[in-house]
Write a protein that binds this ligand. Structure first.
Ligand code: HEM
Length: 413
């Protein structure tokens, strides 16, 4: 990251707007975030919302009982009465208690340590199969793509297995997921909105049929998330059909792109910092800690949102009910008050209490699934191909909310 002078940093902070980031933001958002954390950690944006970039303020907001995740108010003008609106206001991540609590409790039962340990052998076999294919492709073409040929192929299978989606049906899942999450950008174009709405409609039709099949032939609810959601009885209430569908869509999306980006960003960071790659190669027991550092250093989800339901204090100032809050995970994870030398990628960093999975009531349900995938994918990749070199320029996915690559071509040996 470049280190802007103090006056330059002040200017970067003073001009910053999430809905209109400058062109060079995507290459190095951290320059802007560092300026904001230092000079304006509670910034009021043009639309009246706040952007929090200090670690302590972000954590306090995740834990603030006055901070709502419900998006029915702000998504109405953004999406209108559309499938996107229905989806994003029905899944648990954008609901408050008691709707939120009901679904979360059901899901937590399928991601405990025992359930994750049961998944491991399958993930190892999947990753080893992909590594064989990478080796073959490398001999045929002289290069491989870390996103298309590796990172993106793991999470779709893992989350697909968790919901027991038949293998033959998994093809469209990644495209649907990208289209639906893309519409969450601060300023989506009409085309992005249209693609998102089509994806929700197609996804719903697919899941409606799948849910009907699963109702007729349930699987083991300790292993299958969908059977658990269908049968789940919390406080005597079943989820209705729309809740079932939209929570499945959300799970497939949540488990998907984020983990792809963890693996892609992580391997990219190791190529950028060869001395850190060497440390992991020399001592593979560093892999789990390295995965935490990858999550901190290039967080796959960069932003979360909340809305104040009552007047509340943020960063020592009072803001009224209704205020929208943008929580910058990316900036919090590089706050020098929490992480010494925050722009250094250090695979052995300790402590490393990053907020890549959020915190509080909505903290990521799948964090240990993602960690397991990251550990196996990165650990086994490096054991097989310790020598990896970029070929040309990688292509960044230019979004503010998510951070990752669409293409990451490399040579491996
Ligand atoms: C590296 C991968 C991942 C990252 C960085 C990530 C990040 C996050 C973050 C930041 C949140 C909090 C949202 C908020 O507070 O508004 C969240 C929520 C969630 N994540 Fe993840 N996630 C990842 C992987 C997964 C996986 C693999 C699954 C499923 C197996 C999953 C399922 C969920 C669910 C269900 C929620 C909503 C929890 C709630 O609202 O109570 N995530 N995730």
């Amino acid at each position: 990251m470049g280190s802007p002078s103090a006056s330059n940093a002040r200017l970067l902070a003073a001009d910053f707007e999430l809905a209109a980031v400058p062109d060079d933001f995507y290459d190095d958002p951290y320059r802007y975030f560092a300026a904001l954390t230092e000079h304006e950690p509670v910034r009021v944006l043009r639309d009246g919302s706040l952007l929090l970039t200090g670690y302590a303020d972000v954590v306090a907001m995740y834990r603030n009982p006055q901070a709502s995740s419900d998006k029915t108010v702000e998504f109405r003008p953004k999406f209108g009465e559309t499938p996107l609106y229905e989806h994003h206001t029905t899944s648990l991540v954008f609901n408050d208690p008691p709707r939120h609590t009901r679904v979360r409790r059901l899901l937590m039962g399928v991601v405990n340590q025992r359930a994750i340990a049961r998944m491991e052998a399958g993930v190892i076999a999947l990753v080893d199969g992909l590594l064989d294919e990478l080796s073959e492709k490398m001999s045929r073409q002289g290069q491989v793509d870390l996103i298309d040929d590796f990172a993106s192929l793991i999470p779709v299978e893992v989350i697909g297995n968790m919901l027991a989606i038949p293998h033959a049906d998994r093809g469209p899942l990644r495209g649907w997921s990208l289209a639906i999450l893309g519409a969450l950008e601060p300023a989506p174009s009409l085309q992005v909105l249209e693609r998102g709405n089509t994806a929700v409609t197609e996804f719903k039709a697919y899941l409606k049929a799948l849910i009907a099949d699963r109702r007729a032939a349930p699987l083991d609810p300790d292993i299958d998330m969908l059977t658990r959601l269908i049968q789940g009885e919390t406080d005597g209430e079943h989820l209705n059909e729309l809740e079932l569908i939209h929570n499945c869509i959300f799970l497939l999306n949540a488990g998907h792109e984020t983990t792809t980006n963890l693996i892609g960003n992580g391997l990219h960071a190791l190529m950028r910092f060869p001395e850190q790659l060497n440390r992991v190669l020399e001592d593979p027991s560093l892999v789990p800690g390295a995965v935490e550092e990858m999550l901190r250093f290039e967080s796959p989800i960069q932003l979360n949102n909340r809305r104040l339901v009552q007047e509340s204090e943020v960063g020592g100032r009072s803001f009224p009910a209704g205020t929208l809050i943008n929580l910058s995970i990316a900036a919090a994870n590089r706050d020098p008050a929490q992480f010494p030398d925050p722009h250094r990628f250090d695979v052995a960093r300790k402590p490393n209490r990053h907020v890549a999975f959020g915190q509080g009531d909505h903290a990521c349900v799948g964090m240990n699934v993602a960690r397991m995938e990251g550990r196996i994918a990165i650990g086994r990749f490096l054991a097989r191909f310790p020598d990896l070199t970029p070929v040309g320029e990688p292509i960044r996915d230019r979004r503010v909310r998510f951070r990752g690559f669409t293409q990451l071509p490399v040579r491996i040996a």
